[in-house]
Design a protein around this ligand. Structure first.
Ligand code: ATP
Length: 400
């Protein structure tokens, strides 16, 4: 369902509360990477240009017992002022919507920007409590959500507040996530290929199930592939294995066959005597066919034949969605499989979507980010999207 965006509303003279994702990495009170702040600029600039009174809010980190100096958004206000080239007033209230915030908002002129303190300084935030939702809404006439990474959570600032604000619309970041990933899942250009990897199969059970309804080819690599290989009757040595999911994998293989979906598993595997320690330390490897993994070895990456098989499938696609690395990519010796998939996606002219988290980090690390159609800004949120779940932070936005 298409959602209204900042392009669909008039904000001149209105107080607009914008939920941003300013959950930036910090060290010793300094922002170490401002990408998320930069990513929020288009929506903020649009609202300023349209004459809105722009009130920003976000969480930062995981404060446990209320306000904590190290989780203050003060450094974000400073950086944002520099990037916007105008003052961002930081309303420093321990209870987020306090005297400072109220006074700052009351003094706003059209085009001014105020940043509220970390929403998680209020314990009710993550419980979607009514009082804090109402407090936030009391500052605003309209609400814009641009924090895709948080919209799979029903919190006060992502969902609760919208019961008391109107209109409620998406910012450009969420708008892009919804249109690109939504199209891929509802109406993909075909062939549609999904690539899943990562360590734990448990995390992606529902994703596998949902994607089998949508894709032409499902590629499974990484640690989760070994439970599938075991389900095929192969021995997997010391590789990651979830015994409790073997039957599930059998069901998924049967479902793929029934739906005519090609399910590709690694045909060869890069093995070592054990998991590298440290993770990026030296490791001696051998390559074996996936049905011949020795009992005393652990599979840690897909082998060269699998790389070619997977890359060919990716290259023939018109839409590719990827979530999770093909091996222990943190180690250069075991990063070849992940690199091969990333490179095949970068070389293809398909719509290429990276589902956040480790895969996004791997693609950026390899310098291939600019070659992808879309890198999702939310790992957990994009996974739930791929699962076919309704995201609470999206469900509460106005429909077009
Ligand atoms: P994403 O963030 O892209 O969604 P993820 O974080 O959900 O991926 P995880 O399930 O956390 O994925 O798996 C990522 C981890 O999987 C990486 O740290 C990687 O080292 C590990 N991994 C990949 N392949 C293997 C393997 N064969 N054996 C053990 N660990 C593996």
């Amino acid at each position: 369902m298409a959602k209204k965006t900042v392009d669909d509303i008039q904000v001149k003279g209105k107080r607009v509360l914008v939920r941003c994702d300013f959950n930036v990495p910090m060290k010793d009170g300094k922002i170490t990477n401002d990408k998320r702040i930069v990513a929020a600029l288009p929506t903020i600039k649009k609202l300023i240009a349209d004459g809105g009174k722009v009130i920003l809010c976000s969480h930062l980190g995981k404060p446990k017992n209320g306000p904590e100096e190290k989780f203050s958004l003060a450094p974000v206000a400073v950086r944002l002022s520099e990037l916007l080239g105008q003052e961002v007033v930081f309303a420093n209230d321990d209870n987020v919507v306090g005297e400072n915030a109220k006074a700052a908002v009351a003094a706003m002129k059209d085009g001014d920007v105020v940043l509220l303190q970390n929403t998680r300084f209020r314990a009710e935030e993550t419980k979607n409590g009514e009082a804090f939702s109402k407090d936030l809404a009391s500052l605003a006439d309209a609400y814009v959500d641009d924090a895709f990474g948080s919209c799979h959570r029903a919190h006060c600032s992502t969902a609760g507040v919208t019961a008391y604000t109107s209109p409620n619309v998406a910012g450009y970041l969420i708008g892009k996530e919804l249109s690109i990933m939504g199209k891929a899942l509802e109406n993909a250009d075909r062939p549609f290929v999904a690539v899943l990897g990562g360590a734990k199969i448990e995390d992606k059970l529902n994703v596998i199930n949902n994607l089998l309804e949508k894709v032409d080819t499902l590629i499974i690599g990484g640690g989760m592939a070994f439970t599938f290989l075991k389900a095929k009757g192969y021995e997997v040595g010391k590789s990651l294995l979830d015994e409790s999911k073997i039957d599930y994998c059998k069901d998924m293989m049967a479902k793929a066959a029934e739906k005519g979906v090609k399910l590709l598993l690694p045909i060869d595997t890069v093995c070592a005597a054990g998991f590298p320690d440290p993770i990026d330390g030296p490791v001696e490897t051998t390559i074996v066919d996936s049905d011949k993994i020795p009992a005393d070895m652990e599979g840690l990456d897909i082998g060269p034949k699998s790389r070619e098989l997977f890359a060919d499938a990716v290259k023939s696609a018109k839409t590719v969605v990827w979530n999770g690395p093909m091996g222990v990519f943190e180690n250069p010796t075991l990063a070849q499989g992940t690199l091969a998939v990333a490179q095949a996606m970068a070389d293809s002219d398909a719509v290429t979507i990276i589902g956040g988290g480790d895969s996004a980090a791997a693609v950026e690390q390899m310098g291939l980010g600019a070659k992808m159609t879309h890198i999702s800004t939310g790992g957990g949120a994009s996974l739930e999207f791929l699962e076919g779940k309704t995201l609470p932070g999206v469900a509460c936005l106005d429909e077009k």
